[in-house]
Design a binder for this molecule. Sequence first.
Ligand code: ZN
Ligand code: FE
Length: 252
Amino acid sequence: MITIRPIPAFTDNYIWYLQQDREHWVVDPGDAKPVIQSLGDARLSGILLTHHHFDHTGGVKALKAKYDCEVYGPGSIEGVTTPLTDGDRFSLMGRDWTVLAVPGHTLDHIALVLDGQDGRHLFCGDTLFAGGCGRLFEGTPEQMHDSLSRLASLPRDTKVYCAHEYTLANLAFAKAAEPRNPALDERIEEARAARAKDHPTLPSTIGEELQTNPFLRTQSAEIRSQSAAQGANPEGSAVEIFATLRHWKDTF
Ligand code: ZN
Ligand code: FE
């Protein structure tokens, strides 16, 4: 069985650490030091990358130099040994993995789906966050909306491992976008309790995100009327509502 745990990095990044027997992999190591510390005497088998931003790739050079390990990720990133593109399938730790292109936050962004013994696990970097989504640095609202729709169509019990602890801030925005969603109140309570104990709020699940993440809920009548107050046409397309929410969140 593969165990998955977060290695905190910088102020709010999580480097996901996957381990099974003598295999040790990390996702998006923005910093090498906390990874080396977590490994102890173990050798890093490889690195998985979701996109090129420095807080996700800054540790690659040092880790590769120290462990001579493999690097799977978008081919545009320096140091990648196995370039991945949309639809690719590969095997790691005896399990099947699938690659989904999810442009929007960056154009090279991919998400990785691990088909584990205990269900599916989604490593989605800065695309889907617990209660939110990444900023649009390179892509269009349409691209990001399409990317989020792909992730939202995964089975509801898929576990979601995003790369930042942004959940409380995201849920505060979600509450403004959809004040009368009761599932949201419950989720805010749970997230507050976790953070009070310094526990991660992750992983979440696709089901939870469908119920409470405003960026996946552009059909909600309440979100549409709240978006109208921000200038959107309440009868507008899902992409238009999404774009309004994303713009509103940028200055929230
Ligand atoms: Zn990023
Ligand atoms: Fe990031």
